[in-house]
Design a protein around this ligand. Structure first.
Ligand SMILES: Nc1ncnc2c1ncn2[C@@H]1O[C@H](COP(=O)(O)OP(=O)(O)OP(=O)(O)O)[C@@H](O)[C@H]1O
Ligand SMILES: [Mg+2]
Length: 245
């Protein structure tokens, strides 16, 4: 029988009996109808306004995977169900095949993660140069190029470190890993560039529910496109004294 490849994680579902909507984080508006996300693509993008609940969910999913919710890979302290957060306890993840490889990475905690990686791994894996001696974007991409292999990767706003050009390079790395079925990615992003990844499933956290959309329906795509087509139109509304004569 051929070895099963990505996608490894097929769904994230909330357990209604553990979902007490009177308190955080169950009262986040996007979670109102419960959480029921089918991951039938090897790349899934979460998109939504600031504060719509993307990171909260990613952290809980990372915990369920046994990854450190602060960022990193397997965290043996979280192996026990009882030590998990309330949201992680209320989620059911359905795997086939189950993988324990991969990690959770938040762009904002990348510095700590770089320290951790350097402690536990061989520096030569990153071109022989300390991740701390490379710029934020350079080191981020070096990590993607050298560290991503087989597994499930949860990334929170990876674009924070990357120029538009490097976002394209990043998508090329994702493609090399996901196309042959080696890796699966779950990514929260505000980047209209990353959202356009071919074949990615885009999940919106806006309007009080979690639902699949086309990336062109996202306000991120629409506002960015409309703004760049005609920035003056926006500046006239934003600034009382704007003069585009
Ligand atoms: N400990 C907490 N208690 C109560 N509310 C909280 C707590 N931590 C976060 N929140 C709220 O939960 C909501 C969801 O936050 P979250 O970080 O998941 O949003 P996000 O979609 O990742 O936003 P962004 O795009 O800005 O990263 C926000 O409204 C936030 O203020
Ligand atoms: Mg966030």
């Amino acid at each position: 029988m051929p070895k099963l490849g990505a996608p490894f994680l097929h769904s994230i579902t909330s357990l209604e009996e553990n979902f007490d909507r009177s308190r955080f984080p169950f009262n986040i508006p996007a979670y109102d109808k419960g959480i029921n996300i089918a991951l039938d693509s090897k790349v899934t993008m979460l998109v939504g306004e600031n504060g719509s609940g993307k990171s909260t969910l990613l952290e809980a999913v990372a915990e369920c995977c046994g990854f450190d919710p602060e960022g990193g890979n397997r965290d043996h302290y979280r192996e026990s169900f009882e030590d998990r957060s309330e949201l992680a306890k209320a989620l059911r993840l359905s795997w086939l095949p189950r993988t324990t490889e991969g990690f959770f990475l938040r762009a904002e905690s990348f510095f700590n993660f770089a320290t951790y990686i350097e402690e536990v791994s061989n520096l030569r894996a990153y071109g022989g140069k300390s991740l701390h001696k490379q710029s934020h974007g350079e080191s981020f991409l070096a990590l993607f190029e050298n560290r991503f292999e087989h597994g499930f990767y949860i990334l929170d706003e990876p674009e924070a470190a990357l120029s538009p050009q490097r976002q394209l390079a990043f998508m090329s790395i994702i493609n090399q890993l996901e196309a042959p079925g080696h890796a699966q990615f779950l990514i929260a992003t505000h980047s209209p560039i990353l959202l356009s990844y071919p074949g990615a499933k885009v999940i919106s956290f806006d309007d009080g529910e979690i639902k699949q959309i086309d990336y062109k329906e996202s306000s991120h795509y629409q506002l960015t496109k409309s703004f760049l087509d005609s920035p003056e139109r926006y500046f006239r509304q934003l600034f009382e004294d704007y003069d585009d004569a």
